[in-house]
Design a protein around this ligand. Sequence first.
Ligand SMILES: O=P(O)(O)OC[C@H]1O[C@](O)(CO)[C@@H](O)[C@@H]1O
Length: 240
Amino acid sequence: MELIQAKDYQDMSQRACSLVLERLRGMEDPVLGLATGSTPEGMYNCLIEAYRKGEASFNNLTTFNLDEYVGLKKEHPKSYHSYMKEKLFKHINIGEDQIHLPNGTAVDLDSECLEYEKLIKNAGKIDLQILGIGLNGHIGFNEPGTSFESRTHMVELDESTRKANARFFSSIEEVPKKAVTMGIGTILDSKEIILLVSGKNKAAALARLLKGEVSESFPASALGEHPNTIIIADESSLNS
Ligand SMILES: O=P(O)(O)OC[C@H]1O[C@](O)(CO)[C@@H](O)[C@@H]1O
């Protein structure tokens, strides 16, 4: 794992944005894996800015998001479909047919998971996967104890994850208890991974990751087994 030290959130976001744009420019039909949460918002703003300035175009891009809550319709304001639309997709030149997120309201969720895996496979490998990290080391919604070989599957969210994500809802009761997420094996199949880490509250998780012990009790440690992962971390997550 390569570590890039950024000064602050803004610097982390800009470095990630520059890396993404550089990689996209070098590819004919890039496949990009995307994350939600607070961490990538600055990077998305930078990508939008580059598009507005005419420095980037996304018409040949295919995207796959990591995860979606079970039970929230696409149109629900707190769904990850809505997040992606509001934070990125509606501001750039990308069409509905280019973007993919799991459907958390599918009648048959097991088939939905298999179908999502198939879609990723048919697109070729994910060229570049963007990740954030949860306080307990989750990546996507893969909670501690998830097999590193897991494929897209349905998960029960940890109470700690629901609590952390309650800030996006009116109350913790509204946070769904389940989600569909790419598995850790699915994530590890990506050709390249960028993990973004910002803020004091992520310091313990980052320190554990950098220690290098690989264990299923700490999902992000799977990245230690990936040949091409870059961590971009800001000072507050590194020095707290
Ligand atoms: O960037 P945040 O909001 O701290 O979230 C970290 C991680 O947790 C999740 O939001 C899931 O809880 C991921 O999608 C994200 O990568």
